[in-house]
Write a protein that binds this ligand. Structure first.
Ligand code: CDP
Length: 236
């Protein structure tokens, strides 16, 4: 589907493992838009903190490190390993390293730091300003792109979210503990939703899409049937 440049940004937010990245990518592909998953940026900073053995409780050191990082998010470029995009951290491919349990456990603490958010939001807006883009995260509709013409808030039951993450991880490794994943998702939602700076919130003008018991394809269909896309079609 073709859209005009006025319809430049679509903001997608939602809690952990709600399916927002898969649906965001499918939507971007369908529209011919860029796809930006901002979660991978917070994950990349967390990976750098862990690898460089920076004290995660030292906010100033974490912010300084964030500002120094060379971060690039590229299309998967033919990689057939199931990745949605490729992430380069200081020119090294860290796409799968971002999914390590240790990153999951620590990412919400790093994301709560104001200086980290300020630096990453600036980078996100630079990318979004380049043109038609689907941006996925926690604060896209509320903070990063408050003027986005379409905002979606993707939800699913916590059990379904944990089951999806469990299945995803089973494809890459054998030792996957559903109960642990469930606990981690609940914990991350609590920290992300209660932090002082840019907590996970549904924008007042966002449309809620519940993906529980729905396939990604049917969710995409539901989104494309929204009034917003009908009006774009008639304007063409
Ligand atoms: O894929 P999943 O939903 O599990 O997480 P993600 O989107 O990769 O985000 C990982 C973490 O980054 C979240 O738990 C948040 O702490 C943080 N995040 C954020 O604070 N703001 C964003 N715009 C995106 C992610």
């Amino acid at each position: 589907m073709q859209t005009s440049s006025k319809d430049a940004a679509i903001a997608i937010d939602g809690p952990a493992a709600s399916g927002k990245s898969s649906v965001g990518l499918m939507l971007a592909d369908d529209l011919g838009y860029l796809f930006l998953d901002t979660g991978c940026m917070y994950r990349a900073v967390t990976l750098a903190v862990l690898r460089r053995k920076v004290d995660i409780n030292d906010e100033q050191a974490v912010v300084l490190l964030t500002k120094s990082l060379d971060l690039a998010i590229l299309p998967p470029d033919g990689s057939k390993d199931g990745r949605l995009y490729t992430v380069l951290l200081n020119n090294r491919d860290v796409t799968w390293d971002l999914r390590f349990g240790e990153v999951d456990v620590n990412v919400s603490q790093v994301s709560a730091y104001k200086g980290v958010r300020r630096d990453l939001v600036r980078r996100q807006r630079e990318i979004a300003n380049q043109g038609k883009v689907v941006v996925v995260g926690r604060d896209i509709g509320t903070v990063v792109l408050p003027d986005a013409p379409l905002k979606l808030f993707i939800i699913a039951s916590v059990e379904e979210r944990a089951r999806r993450r469990w299945l995803e991880q089973l494809e890459r490794t054998e030792n996957v503990d559903y109960e642990q994943i469930l606990k981690d998702i609940v914990r991350r939602d609590r920290i992300d939703g209660n932090r002082q700076h840019s907590p996970l919130r549904q924008a007042t003008d966002a449309i809620i899409i519940d993906t529980t018991n729905k396939s990604p394809e049917s969710v995409l269909e539901e989104i494309l049937a929204l009034e917003y896309f009908q009006s774009i079609r008639t304007r063409r």
